[in-house]
Write a protein that binds this ligand. Structure first.
Ligand code: 5GP
Ligand code: ZN
Length: 112
């Protein structure tokens, strides 16, 4: 198993989990882009949103992102992002939602 997020989700790489249920885990991004930057990741290997077909998992991911927003104190607002494949800038080929916030985020498609 070489997928880094599969290894984190299975516990093979020890990581502090901020959220965990039967479908999903969440943990801090290693290179945070904002004061709060959490990754919400399915336990099952799904390469990206392009490949996602499981409706229950889709719901679990979105509800986990909502719960992480609440548990991280992001009531002032935050953003949930998923990068998809090459043009989307996806680096880790295991589906993940970025939960980003903790300060005002600016325009969504800022290029710099
Ligand atoms: P992507 O560009 O694929 O949407 O985002 C991948 C994210 O995973 C990046 O924000 C990167 O910092 C994060 N990341 C990559 N490797 C690791 C890791 O081993 N541990 C954690 N916690 N985050 C990682
Ligand atoms: Zn994986």
């Amino acid at each position: 198993m070489t997928c880094i997020f599969c290894q984190i989700a299975s516990g093979k790489i020890a990581t502090d989990l901020l959220y965990s249920d039967e479908h999903v885990v969440a943990f801090q991004d290693i290179r945070p882009q904002a004061p709060k930057h959490v990754l919400v990741v399915p336990r099952a290997h799904v390469a990206s949103l392009w490949e996602l077909e499981d409706r229950e998992l889709a719901g679990a991911l979105l509800l986990a992102a909502a719960e992480v927003g609440r548990s991280q104190g992001l009531g002032a607002g935050y953003r949930v992002i998923t990068n998809i494949r090459k043009h989307g800038g996806q680096e880790v080929p295991h589906l993940h939602l970025h939960v980003v916030g903790g300060h005002p985020l600016g325009p969504m498609l800022q290029q710099d």
